[in-house]
Ligand binder design. Structure first.
Ligand code: KET
Length: 448
């Protein structure tokens, strides 16, 4: 086996080096060759000297640049992270309560979780996304594993598919969240795109989507944003979802849902999960990656889940056994704290209800930011049609501003956003809307 050869040859090399070192005696030339080995970094150059400086991440790098800016009016609309009206990060009240419960419970321990994570969390997460009355849950033909937030769930799902699914190509929307192509390529899949957004209408290119999925080889994997599409804020209607479902099932395409914003699109957890539930109700198989980063504000706790809905309980059991083989060498087992918070909230009716209210309040504040920004541009007489600001859904507005315009706004107005013109509406507040509207007005009325 490859691995055995590797370890024996590397230990042979180490023993060899040691023997040469011990037998070298006063042979200072030999010694110096040992000490000057390129890995010592003392006298020789670094073995990493050839590395070029990697660029910052297109999304998280925006925060890095923002943090370096001393301007008092600076505004970070880059990363999709919720801020209060005061521009501060928010820890939900219900999360504070759950954490207090956890701290008060002296029986809690810090043992490793199983490879699949916190079992109660997994069950509750499946219920949250598929609905309590889901046939897949009733028939026990689903496996759910706790993963490191949405990203980790996508990566584990991607690696599982690369290992065990007969088709290795995944189709992602054009455009999509910048991390998708990287996650799936590194997972071992081939990434292709399907048409999704029409810049002319700033809406869905439904015809293009149907054509591209219709032309995809049978069995291909298709990544679907469950709701609140990132970066465009454009979602299919329920009727369009139904057409997508029929097309995908007729061609045997495998659906992989990315659900990073459940509750953020409409304010309702159930409404936002509808497309996924349609794909489960027909009895077919699918994958779902869930994140609690946004909807429970648990960003840095890194809590999420991967569910794989199968045709039978028997298959689901074997799928789970293989998922464990993907996870164990990757990070062994997931963290305990975030999943415990989620479990406390989801299992308790009162806390759950309180969460839905706080979630709705976040979604409503974002919608109100849309209205305020739209109004602010209207009152300034800013040229162009800005109605997409109020039509688009979820955390982001895909403004249509180009990279040169974005860079002007950053330089002149200290407004930070991704170069594709996406702004996080959740980063805005009533106080900062006028500043953003001034910047947009300035940039579209001058030629940059
Ligand atoms: N899917 C989508 C569509 C998504 O926008 C994000 C995060 C994730 C998954 C993963 O989130 P996680 O924190 O791993 O649960 N998007 C925001 C943050 C980021 O880029 O990491 C963003 O687009 O700003």
């Amino acid at each position: 086996m490859k691995t055995t050869q590797f370890s024996s040859s590397s230990s042979d090399r180490r023993i060899g080096a040691l023997l040469r070192h011990l037998t070298a005696g006063s042979d200072s030339d030999h010694l110096s060759s040992v000490y000057a080995s390129p890995t010592s970094g003392v006298t020789g150059g670094s073995v990493f000297a050839h590395l070029v400086q990697a660029p910052e991440d297109p999304i998280l790098g925006v925060t890095v640049a923002y943090n370096k800016d001393p301007s008092p009016v600076k505004l970070n609309l880059g990363v999709g992270a919720y801020r209060t009206e005061e521009g501060k990060p928010l820890v939900l009240n219900v999360v504070r309560k759950a954490e207090q419960q956890l701290i008060n419970d002296r029986t809690r321990i810090k043992e490793y979780l199983p490879i699949v994570g916190l079992v109660e969390f997994n069950k509750l997460s499946a219920k949250l996304i598929l609905g309590a009355d889901s046939p897949a849950i009733r028939e026990n033909r689903i496996t759910t594993v706790e993963c490191l937030s949405g990203t980790g769930s996508l990566r584990v799902g991607g690696e599982f598919l690369a290992k065990h699914y007969h088709q290795k190509t995944i189709y992602i929307t054009q455009p999509t969240w910048g991390n998708h192509p990287k996650i799936f390529t590194l997972a071992g899949l081939t990434v292709k795109t399907y048409r999704y957004y029409d810049p002319a209408t700033r809406g869905l290119n439904f015809q293009g989507l149907l054509e591209d999925l219709g032309a995809a080889p049978a069995g291909s994997i298709v990544l679907l944003h469950a709701c609140a599409h990132n970066p465009t804020g454009v979602d299919p209607t329920i009727q369009q979802w139904e057409q997508i479902r029929q097309l995908m099932r007729s061609k045997g395409l495998m659906s992989f849902f990315d659900s990073a914003y459940q509750g953020f699109a409409s304010g309702s957890l159930d409404t936002d999960a509808k497309p996924i539930r349609m794909f489960v109700a027909d009895g077919g198989e699918c994958l779902v990656a869930q994140s609690y980063a946004k909807n429970m504000g648990l960003y840095g706790e890194r809590v999420g889940a991967l569910s794989i809905v199968c045709k039978s309980a028997d298959v689901a059991g074997r799928v789970e056994s293989q998922l464990k083989l993907v996870i164990r060498p990757m990070y062994s087992s997931p963290p305990i704290h975030g999943a415990s918070i989620v479990a406390v909230i989801l299992r308790d009716k009162n806390l759950f209800n309180e969460w839905t209210l706080e979630l709705k309040a976040m979604a409503d504040r974002i919608i109100s930011m849309r209205k305020q920004l739209f109004e602010a541009l209207r009152t300034r007489g800013t040229p162009g049609d800005w109605s997409h600001i109020i039509k688009q859904i979820g955390m982001f507005t895909f403004t249509g501003l180009n990279p040169a315009q974005v860079s002007f706004m950053t330089k002149e107005y200290h407004i930070y956003m991704t170069s594709d013109g996406r702004i996080s509406m959740a980063g805005l507040s009533s106080k900062t809307v006028p500043h953003l509207a001034d910047a947009i007005h300035a940039v579209v009325t001058k030629s940059v």
